[in-house]
Design a protein around this ligand. Structure first.
Ligand SMILES: Cc1ncc(C[n+]2csc(CCOP(=O)(O)OP(=O)(O)O)c2C)c(N)n1
Ligand SMILES: [Mg+2]
Length: 353
């Protein structure tokens, strides 16, 4: 490839007409935004902030050598998982890839157990033997945490098959990335899901990059909401930086699945602020691109501004939420560091071999 082409990809537009710049789509029109109650607006803010602060702390702890191995942060994408979670009920399932800390927190998993797993302690969700990419909670219906790109897609489809078979009315949220969307097993899953009308929502988190490769460089069809078209699976693009847009789209998709109409695709237009993982030379995009989206489209800042503008809380009350969130994260970090490492005698227990 010529040297020029290897430079940061600037082919995809960053700035779009309209109020704010979007990764790839203009903001959802008002009729496609959920009208959140005060309680929901505050809940979404607090939950997104928890993910942000947790991830920042995990990044710091990684830098201090307290976390080893792979670690993929979710910073920037918080509105996706919170908006989706707000549309489902207890008993519905969630499955995703390796960028999974936000999904686990959104499912209600304990930040202490997640942080302890990140630091490889026996008090972690996988007894310290799974790490960042491999955590599960049967209790919270979180089915991982998978390191093989797109492997969670047939698994999530299988969970939906079980729901269908048991006629239990449950829906499975199956998350994957723009890069994963180009894997063959995704399309085998789509075929079966539509054929058998399985209750699965494929949430494609299009954060514009798969490691260092932009969507424009890797995908023939860059509108991922159309990827189910040849299987007759409906799909839509959603402003994944606005939790209200995510919630509105999620409500519609959940209702579709619960009515027995089969799968649904939601393409979330989102953006990751940090590197792909903890070692990322970041040569594939400019600092200006990242800063522009952060400044104009940050999901947490937008939520905060709405809360203030509507007079739901004042600055002091918001500071209290911030403090509570920070305390939760600090306690998680302390718990993680205080826990013992797994006993060497446990080396072969709970391991598939
Ligand atoms: C089958 C397989 N191929 C390649 C990899 C290496 N790999 C890890 S993450 C990744 C990029 C995936 O990008 P995307 O699906 O967009 O998710 P994101 O990291 O942006 O959340 C690749 C190629 C892998 N883990 N598994
Ligand atoms: Mg991606």
């Amino acid at each position: 490839m010529p040297k020029a082409a290897r430079k940061a990809d600037k082919s995809a537009p960053v700035s779009e007409p309209g109020k704010r710049s979007r990764p790839t789509v203009v903001p959802n029109p008002p009729e496609k935004l959920a009208k959140l109650t005060t309680e929901q607006e505050l809940f979404a803010y607090q939950q997104m902030l928890l993910i942000r602060r947790f991830e920042e702390r995990a990044g710091q702890m990684y830098g201090m050598g307290l976390i080893g191995g792979f670690c993929h942060l979710y910073i920037g994408q918080e509105a996706v998982v919170i908006g989706m979670q707000m549309a489902i009920e207890d008993g519905d399932q969630v499955i995703t890839g390796y960028r999974d800390h936000g999904h686990m927190l959104a499912c209600g998993m304990d930040p202490k157990g997640v942080m302890a797993e990140l630091t490889g302690r026996s008090s972690g969700y996988s007894q310290g033997k799974g790490g960042s990419m491999h955590m599960f909670s049967r209790e919270k219906n979180f089915f991982g945490g998978h390191g093989i790109v797109a492997a969670q897609v047939p698994l999530g489809t299988g969970l939906a098959f079980a729901n269908h078979y048991r006629k239990n009315g449950r829906v499975c949220l199956t998350y994957f990335g723009d890069g994963a969307a180009n894997q063959g097993q995704v399309y085998e899953s789509f075929n079966m899901a539509e054929l058998w009308k399985l209750p699965v929502i494929y949430v494609i988190e299009n954060n514009r990059y798969a490691m260092g490769t932009s969507v424009a460089r890797s995908s023939a069809q860059t509108d991922f909401s159309k990827r189910g078209a040849s299987f007759n699976i409906p799909g839509e693009q959603v402003d994944g930086m606005d939790v209200r847009a995510v919630k509105a789209a999620a409500d519609k998709a959940v209702a579709w699945c619960r009515a027995g109409k089969g799968p649904y695709i939601l393409e979330m237009l989102t953006y990751r602020y940090r590197g792909h993982s903890m070692s990322d030379p970041a040569k594939y995009r400019t600092r200006e691109e990242v800063n522009k989206i952060r400044e104009e489209s940050d999901p947490i800042e937008m939520s905060r501004a709405r809360i203030l503008e509507a007079g739901l809380l004042d600055e002091d009350e918001l500071k209290k939420i911030e403090k509570n969130v920070r305390d939760t994260v600090t306690q998680a970090a302390e718990f993680a560091q205080a826990g013992p490492e797994p006993d060497p005698a446990e080396l072969w227990t709970d391991i598939y071999r």
